[in-house]
Design a protein around this ligand. Structure first.
Ligand code: B1M
Length: 209
C-alpha cells in the first residue's frame, strides 16, 4: 500500500521528482485515484496553505509545492478521467478575473471531463466578457467559475450579470475555498459546489442529467 503521508510530504517540501514517483507507485499498486488525490496531494497542499497563512512559509515555497502537485496531477489525470465517455454537454470553466490560482479549477475540469462533459478550459484571469463570449460561441450548457481570493469573488457576480444581460440559457456554477452557497444565492448563480466531485453532481443536476 502506497504511503500517502510520504506523498503529502513531497508536496509540502516541493519535491517534484518524489511527488511524481510516489504518485506513479501508488497508481501501480492499485491505490484509488481519489485517495492519491485527497489523502496525498490535497492533504499536503492544505498544510502548505496553513503554513502560508501563519507566515511559516512564503510564496516561493508555495509555488514549488504547487509545481510538485501539478506534475503529480498530470500522471493522475488519465486515471481520474474515464475513457470513452460520450459527451453529455459543454462546460466552459475558468478562474475569474484577477485570480491566478488554477489547481482547484484544473481538478474541477478533470472531473467534469471524467463525467463526460466536453470541457472548454479558459485558464486563469478570465473576464466576464470572455466567459460569455465562449459560452455563446460553443453553445455551452454550464459556466463554471473558480475564485480563491476574497477580492476576486465579485468577478463571479459580474459574470452572472453578464450572462443574464446577454440572455444566455447557460447555467452558472461557482466554487473555490472562500466561496459559499450563501454567496451563490446572493449573486444569483445557479449553484455552488464545495469540491470537484460535488461540482460534477451539481453540473449534471443543473442540466437535468
Ligand atoms: Co495563494 N492564496 N495567493 N497562491 N494560495 C490562497 C488562496 C490563500 C487562502 C492563502 C492564505 O492566506 N492562507 C490566500 C487568499 C486569502 C483570501 O483572499 N481569503 C492567497 C493569497 C493571499 C495569494 C496572493 C495574493 C499572495 C501574494 O501575492 N501576496 C497571490 C495572488 C495571486 C493572484 O491570484 N492574483 C497568491 C499566489 C499563489 C501562488 C501563485 C503562489 C499559488 C497558486 C499556484 C497555482 O494555482 N498555479 C498559491 C497557492 C498554491 C495557494 C494555496 C496555498 C493553495 C491553493 C490550492 O491550490 N489548493 C491557498 C491556501 C489554501 O487554499 N489552502 C492560497 C488546492 C486546491 C485543490 O484547492 O483551489 O480550494 P482549491 O479547490 C478545491 C475547492 O475549492 C473546489 O474544488 C477544488 C478541489 O476539491 N473548487 C471548486 C475550486 N474551484 C471550484 C469551482 C467549482 C466548484 C468547486 O465550480 C466551478
Amino acid at each position: 500500500m502506497a504511503d500517502m503521508n510520504a506523498l503529502s510530504q513531497a508536496v509540502i517540501t516541493g519535491d517534484q521528482t518524489q511527488a511524481l514517483e510516489l504518485t506513479k507507485a501508488a497508481i501501480s499498486d492499485g491505490t484509488s485515484p481519489e485517495s492519491i488525490l485527497n489523502q496525498g496531494l490535497i492533504a499536503g497542499m492544505n498544510i502548505i496553505g496553513e503554513r502560508f497563512k501563519n507566515n511559516e512559509v512564503y510564496i516561493p515555497e508555495v509555488l514549488i509545492a504547487a509545481r510538485a502537485m501539478k506534475s503529480a496531477l498530470e500522471v493522475l489525470e488519465p486515471k481520474l478521467i474515464e475513457a470513452g465517455v460520450e459527451p453529455i454537454g459543454k462546460a466552459v470553466v475558468g478562474t475569474v478575473k484577477g485570480d491566478l490560482h488554477d489547481i482547484g479549477k484544473n481538478l474541477v475540469a478533470m472531473m467534469l471531463k471524467g463525467a463526460g462533459f466536453d470541457v472548454i478550459d479558459l485558464g486563469v484571469d478570465v473576464s466576464e466578457d470572455r466567459f460569455v463570449q465562449k459560452a455563446k460561441e460553443t453553445n455551452a450548457k454550464v459556466i463554471g467559475m473558480s475564485a480563491l481570493i476574497t477580492t476576486t469573488m465579485p468577478s463571479m457576480e459580474k459574470t452572472v450579470q453578464a450572462v443574464k444581460a446577454a440572455g444566455l440559457a447557460v447555467k452558472t456554477m461557482i466554487g473555490g475555498a472562500p466561496v459559499t452557497q450563501a454567496y451563490a444565492d446572493k449573486i444569483g448563480a445557479d449553484g455552488y459546489a464545495p469540491d470537484a466531485a460535488s461540482a460534477v453532481d451539481l453540473a449534471k443536476s443543473l442540466i437535468g442529467k
